[in-house]
Write a protein that binds this ligand. Structure first.
Ligand SMILES: [Zn+2]
Ligand SMILES: [Zn+2]
Length: 444
């Protein structure tokens, strides 16, 4: 039933698409292989930086298609090149990793995998972010691009990136020479599946898509002692509480109205027992922003307020502020987005291309584009269309990415992902590299 509907969708799409009347046949010809890879990956998920089998499966299949494949780039990363004459160089990226989530979808192909996480805890493992859809889509796209080299020219680079969920894989691939050992892309593409859109649709928009993200760990030093004698102590819990409240004024009082910033204190930890005043307290903070100047302003305000609150309480030592993770915003080149929006509309139908607002999530795809590569990142609808309509009607939300119940409508999403990626690549891998570079001058 589901397959029949997907087939119908792709057939109709092809009929309305004048340049490529054979597209439905192309997708159907490779679809069972792509679906088989999806099922295998879904049932055998691996945690971030441990994607050994996943990388080997993807690398092996791409090699069989004729790609020149390099493995172990920045850990378990995979780089697959297909050179097809002169022309632009275009990169398409998928992530490889799954999450420490125990699957509760009840699907016949649900993951039953358990593994030790990096701190030695036994955890369930699940492709709860849908990276298995991305890999299967990239593989289907790779097959079509390899089977029909008359429809494009240039160099196609497919990237299997490890450790996206820990925001470390893209950086490690670049540090391992991704931009120097391999041709540097003129344009980079990526997609992400999610239930905020019905399967069969894609979502996009120009400019910022995801925010800058900064992770801070702040240790506030007090002076511990007996709970009955606060006069002999400097209570770090009270300092931490005042700091938490004062930090709320950064977004509400310091950032210019209309600019985007988020300061969230995700945890506050101190103490062991009700009658002991502890020595120190720790705050875990996430900061989100779009503009570099707002990011700088917010980070400086956090440091200023944190130090001042400790000082006001007479703390003997300045708080320690550790900035342990930082990711840049994902930015869609506006000219590129406009061009590719037209491509997706003529491939999938205008009604299946939705303009979306930017989000405050973060993504380390920005490490690739920070190398001066204009990029286009789009959403792939994952929700079963009937469930999506029902959820809209009742005002409920379908399980989001990272939920143990995340279960995309695989057939429809995967058909759409492959059709979209192939259309985008064929549009970009056309003409000369110079023409492509000139058409996307921003190189954000
Ligand atoms: Zn995720
Ligand atoms: Zn993800």
């Amino acid at each position: 039933m589901r397959l029949a509907r997907s087939f119908l969708l792709v057939t109709l799409t092809a009929v309305t698409c004048s340049q490529a009347p054979s597209r439905s046949g192309e997708v159907e010809a490779i679809y069972s292989d792509a679906r088989a890879l999806y099922l295998d990956l879904h049932q055998n998920p691996e945690l971030s930086s441990h994607e050994t089998q996943t990388a080997a499966k993807l690398a092996g299949r791409l090699r069989d298609l004729g790609y020149a494949v390099t493995e172990q780039v920045g850990g378990t990363g995979v780089v697959a090149l297909l050179k097809n004459g002169a022309g632009p160089t275009v990169m398409l990226r998928t992530e490889l990793d799954a999450l420490p989530v125990e699957e509760k979808t009840g699907l016949p192909y649900a993951s039953k995998v358990r593994a030790k996480d990096d701190s030695g805890r036994d955890v369930g493992v699940m492709h709860a972010c849908g990276h298995d859809v991305h890999m299967a889509s990239l593989f289907g796209t790779a097959a079509i691009m390899a089977h029909n080299k008359a429809a494009w020219h240039g160099t196609l680079i497919l990237i299997g990136q490890p450790a996206e969920e820990t925001i470390s894989g893209a950086k490690r691939m670049i540090e391992d020479g991704l931009m120097t050992r391999f041709p540097k892309p003129d344009v980079a593409l990526a997609l992400h599946v999610g239930n905020q859109l019905a399967a069969g649709k894609v979502g996009l928009g120009p400019g910022h898509r995801f925010s800058n993200a900064d992770s801070l760990r702040i240790t506030i030093y007090g002076k511990g002692g007996h709970g009955s004698q606060p006069n002999s102590t400097i209570d770090p819990i009270v300092i931490a509480a005042r700091t938490v409240i004062a930090l709320q004024t950064i977004v509400s009082r310091e950032v210019k109205p209309g600019e985007v910033a988020v300061v969230t204190i995700g945890y506050i930890q101190a103490g062991t027992k009700n009658n002991i005043i502890p020595d120190q307290a720790e705050l875990g903070i996430t900061v989100r922003s779009y503009k570099p100047e707002v990011r700088k302003q917010v980070l400086a305000a956090i440091a200023r307020i944190t130090k001042a609150e400790a000082n006001a309480a007479g703390a003997l030592r300045e708080p320690k502020i550790e900035h342990y993770e930082a990711t840049d915003a994902v930015y869609n080149d506006p000219a590129l987005t406009q061009r590719l929006e037209g491509v997706l509309e003529s491939t999938l139908g205008k009604e299946n291309v939705v303009v979306e607002d930017p989000g405050m999530a973060s993504e380390d795809f920005s490490f690739f584009t920070a190398q001066g590569i204009p990029s286009f990142y789009f959403s792939l609808g994952g929700a079963d269309p009937d469930k999506f309509t029902e959820a809209k009607a009742t005002g409920t939300n379908l399980p989001s990415n990272h939920s143990p119940l995340f279960a995309p409508d695989v057939d429809l999403a995967l058909h759409t992902g492959i059709a979209a990626e192939v259309a985008l690549l064929r549009n970009l891998l056309n003409g000369s590299a110079d023409e492509l570079r000139k058409s996307v001058p921003s190189g954000h």
